[in-house]
Design a binder for this molecule. Structure first.
Ligand code: GLU
Length: 267
């Protein structure tokens, strides 16, 4: 009898626990990163001048790498870089492999289903680049042509909106796409203009095709529903902008001042 009674009490208690216990507030990544003393950031290794491997040092380098370093400095932690491809950026955040993604990621509403975005830190657009020998000067001439793009990026789908007759050929990395263009396996490639400009500067046998036909605001990716972490990233970024360190980094990689402002934001 006593055993039954004890069992009953246990049963009643178990049933009550979910009602009386208050779920502990989920720990923010801000606390975890500070405890760890290090922030893990996913950046591109194939996207100069945003993120690439510096041949002399063997280390990640570029605009987004410098920006991430400054953010880590603001937060008072070290920084470790992990390679992010266009197609792995969101899974890296969702699976908790990285704390932050700073990897040429356009802020799209559809991407908000899985992650959250910081304030926009750069704005660019898209257009193709070709070899001069193709004679292509306008997207209309890409009908029936093979055009390289990377998986997980929006450049292929965006081209199809302006030229549905293009044949999109997908690669993993931008370095492979560029190689395919040089080896005449594709007739053009398409990506963000920051990379297009860099490619054109590096190789005079390439030619930029036409005008920008999209607007690509870059946001940093953070995990969903961790506003303390997202606020910390936004505030660090705004501090870097306010103190003009942003402008120094921009000048270092683009040789000019940014042509955009971050006009209104809370102080
Ligand atoms: N900003 C583009 C995106 O987020 C990248 C385009 C590309 O990887 O070519 O999809």
């Amino acid at each position: 009898m006593r055993r039954i009674a004890t069992g009953l009490v246990a049963l009643v208690l178990t049933a009550l626990v979910p009602l009386v216990s208050v779920a502990p507030a989920a720990e923010s990544l801000l606390d975890k990163v500070k405890q760890r003393g290090e922030m893990i950031v996913g950046t591109k290794y194939d996207f100069p001048p945003m993120g690439f491997i510096n041949k002399d040092t063997g280390q990640p380098d570029g605009f987004e790498v410098d920006l991430a370093r400054e953010i880590a400095k603001e937060l008072g932690v070290k920084v470790k870089f992990v390679q992010a491809l266009s197609k792995t950026r969101i899974p890296l955040i969702v699976n908790g492999n990285v704390d932050l993604i700073v990897a040429t990621m356009t802020h799209k509403r559809e991407r908000e289903a899985a992650i959250d975005f910081s304030i926009h830190y750069l704005i660019t657009g898209q257009r193709p680049i070709t070899r001069k020998d193709t004679g292509i000067t306008h997207v209309s001439q890409l009908a029936g042509k093979r055009v390289g793009s990377v998986q997980g990026g929006n450049a292929g789908p965006n081209l199809l909106k302006v030229q549905p007759k293009a044949e999109i050929v997908q690669f993993q990395e931008h370095t492979e796409t560029l190689l395919a263009l040089k080896q005449k396996k594709v007739d053009a490639l398409v990506t963000d203009d920051v990379l297009i400009q860099w490619m054109a500067k590096q190789d005079p046998s390439l030619a930029i095709v036409g005008k920008l036909y999209t607007v690509e605001p870059y946001g940093m990716g953070v995990r969903e529903n961790d506003s303390k972490w997202r606020d910390a990233i936004n505030h660090a970024f705004l501090e870097i902008w306010d103190t003009r360190r942003y402008h120094e980094i921009y000048h270092k990689w683009f040789g000019q001042a940014p042509e955009f402002e971050i006009p209104w934001y809370p102080k």
